[in-house]
Design a protein around this ligand. Structure first.
Ligand code: PLP
Length: 388
């Protein structure tokens, strides 16, 4: 079988590969500390599970509209209006199976061969992968530890060109945990608005903010008509396996993305959408409890990492990842990640899984209990103390 040339341009997400390798080691009898995958280890709250069961019993088992059920679109529009401080209409809202399809569909709908797309590096690997897949030209903006992993704005302003067709931002950020503050967003918005460039704002970690106020580019002047906002249920409501996310975007783009849905998934599972509706409208204390626990884990992990030789770890303000520098070990990131798993039984990701600018770093997800994090730190300490 010969494959289409475009397949050679499609990347991957290493977290899933490392998880598979870790699981294989477990099947062979090893005990692994999982600090690789970005999914909350909490159960989906009971009110959400109950809403899904009720929806199944009430016959929500059929095809629904490709853009999403009207009641769920309305609930998302109200939720975004409330949390982002701008009025969003249901027709600007699309319900899709997870946050990822918004990335895939937006890039397919906007990017032709040779079009430039600005995106963060290190960043969620799917951005670069899909830009390449669509034939676009990835234009990375390095995120640097010295500046709290914010956008290098001087470089950003230099890299925006007449061929820039899309700017991707992500805050709070995967893999660094960095957060774009209002001042940074204002500078990005000013340039995007002046040049008429759409911005894909990936806000999937919005709820995981431990200090400061969340700011959305959607609410800045001139951005209402050019922002594609990505958010979803996977992280905030511990619903990774349900596959439910959404985008908010100008109606003409929403129509194009709906056609991509018709041509691919047809629609998002109807009973799952009713579970999402219950999540948005129901009790939010499980989210607050989960976020408080994540903050305790972050502090344990950051403090523990900073006690290890050759490791330096900034205290990230958001998401549930830390991105420590390991240049002090004198080893490349990929080798350290590989050996950590094989020799110490700690699954983590090489910073380079998130782009070339991730060299010198590892990513640990703290979506794991305090006890497992402590065990991971002990193993890491022994590994660093005894490695040749
Ligand atoms: N955006 C970012 C930055 C992510 O880290 C992830 C998941 O890891 C997603 C989007 C996709 O989320 P989902 O599982 O809802 O597709």
């Amino acid at each position: 079988m010969t494959f289409a040339a475009r397949m050679a341009r499609l990347g991957t997400e290493s977290a899933f590969e490392v998880l598979a390798r870790a699981r294989a080691l477990e099947r062979a009898g090893r005990q692994i500390v999982h600090l690789e995958i970005g999914e909350p280890d909490f159960d989906t709250p009971a009110n959400i599970r109950d809403a899904a069961k009720k929806a199944l019993d009430n016959g929500y088992t059929h095809y629904g509209p490709s853009a999403g059920l009207p009641e769920t679109r309305k609930a998302v529009a109200e939720y975004i209006s409330k949390t982002r401080g701008v009025t969003v209409l249901p027709e600007e809202t699309l319900i899709v199976p997870g946050g990822k399809p918004i990335i895939f569909f937006t890039i397919l709908a906007l990017i032709d061969a040779g079009d430039e797309v600005i995106y963060p590096n290190p960043g969620f690997p799917i951005y670069e992968s899909v830009i390449n897949f669509a034939g676009g030209v990835p234009v990375p903006i390095p995120l640097r530890e010295e500046s709290g992993f914010g956008f290098d704005l001087t470089l950003f302003e230099r890299r925006v060109s007449p061929r820039t067709r899309l700017i991707i931002i992500n805050s709070p950020q995967n893999p660094t945990g960095g957060v774009l503050d209002l001042g940074q967003l204002e500078r990005i918005a000013a340039l995007a608005a002046a040049r008429g460039i759409p911005v894909l704002a990936d806000e999937i970690y919005r709820q995981f903010l431990y200090e400061g106020e969340f700011a959305s580019i959607l609410s800045l002047p001139g951005m209402r008509e050019r922002t594609i906002l990505l958010d979803g249920f996977s992280k905030s409501y511990a619903m990774t396996g349900w596959r439910l996310g959404y985008g908010v975007m100008p109606v003409p783009l929403a129509e194009q993305v709906t056609r991509l849905m018709v041509n691919s998934a047809s629609c998002t599972a109807s009973f799952v959408q009713l579970a999402g509706l219950a999540a948005l409208q129901g009790d939010q204390t499980p989210v607050a409890r989960m976020v408080a626990e994540f903050k305790r884990r972050r502090d344990l992990l950051v403090d523990g990492l900073n006690r290890l030789p050759g490791v330096r770890c900034a205290r990230p303000r958001g998401a549930f990842y830390v991105f420590p520098s390991i240049t002090g070990t004198g080893r490349p990131s990929a080798e350290v990640a590989e050996r950590l798993l094989a020799e110490a039984g700690v699954a983590a990701l090489s910073g380079t899984a998130f782009g070339a600018h991730g060299e010198g770093y590892l990513r640990f997800s703290y979506a794991s209990s305090l006890e497992r994090i402590r065990e991971g730190l002990d193993r890491l300490g022994r590994f660093l103390a005894t490695r040749p």
